[in-house]
Design a protein around this ligand. Structure first.
Ligand code: SAH
Ligand code: DHB
Ligand code: MG
Length: 226
């Protein structure tokens, strides 16, 4: 199956079900114009994140990896009234661009941006007694993902949801010989989740995806009371 076909189907889904929203589309255009990498979630994926947050009734969301704020807008628009989203980004120029996009989308009042390495920001959130969060979306640098997941467990409430992007990496996740640090990170993530599952701390699955972002996948983990 060709990449062109995956793109065509994502366009079809976009036209039929996701719809076209000016603020979301401007966030992608302004990101491209500013030279940010085109690595935001796709529109159908953004809507899936949004729907999961709504199904979950999320009032507090933590996001790792703001980029231009595209997934941030989708998630912030899913918040219950009085809800709050914290988004972490290491690159100050990306965070500045995201600020404008969040303002244009009308969600800036619900979103707190923190600039700096996500691990340090997560430790600060723990020190401040922030959270626990209802939903955490891990989408920053890939090699560090297992460390993010461990801290995400500490920042989650029982019944909380942790979603992780880019876990399948063209199927390389199943290759034990891969030396790509991003793939190694996602294999370590799965090993960690397997241990936490055996301890009764989480229940999780990974879903492979194809689309305009190629062949990749998401991990969905439910945090249990244990
Ligand atoms: N969630 C965004 C895409 C994020 S891309 C969306 O779907 O719209 C990954 C982002 O993680 C990039 O903006 C990158 O700068 C950021 N990043 C990389 N390393 C990081 C780190 N150590 N801490 C926080 N953010 C990081
Ligand atoms: C890439 C894709 C992503 O969704 C992301 O968050 C980071 C990087 C990539 O394809 O390089
Ligand atoms: Mg991603």
């Amino acid at each position: 199956m060709s990449r062109e076909r995956w793109d065509a189907v994502d366009r079809y889904i976009g036209d039929m079900l996701v719809g076209h929203d000016e603020a979301l589309e401007r966030a992608l255009i302004s990101s491209a114009e500013a030279g940010l990498p085109a690595i935001a979630v796709s529109p159908p994926q953004g809507k899936m994140l949004h729907l999961l947050a709504r199904i979950h009734g999320a009032k507090s969301i933590l996001e790792l990896g703001t980029l231009g704020g595209y997934s941030t807008i989708w998630l912030a628009r899913a918040l219950e009234p009085e809800g709050h989203l914290v988004t972490l980004e290491v690159e100050p120029s990306y965070a500045r661009l995201a600020t404008g996009n969040l303002e244009r989308a009308g969600v800036a009042d619900r979103v707190e941006q923190r600039v700096g390495p996500a691990l340090a920001s997560m430790r600060s959130l723990l020190d401040e007694g922030a959270g626990p969060f209802d939903l955490i979306f891990i989408d920053a640098d890939k090699p560090t993902t297992p460390d993010y997941f461990e801290l995400a467990l500490e920042l989650s409430r029982p019944g909380g949801v942790i979603l992780t992007d880019n876990v399948v990496r063209d199927g390389e996740i199943a290759d034990p010989a891969s030396e790509d640090p991003r793939v190694v990170g996602m294999r370590r993530l799965h090993e960690l989740i397997a241990v936490e599952t055996a301890r009764g701390h989480v229940s999780a699955t990974t879903i492979q995806t194809v689309g305009s972002k190629g062949y990749d996948g998401f991990t969905l983990a439910l945090v249990l009371a244990g």
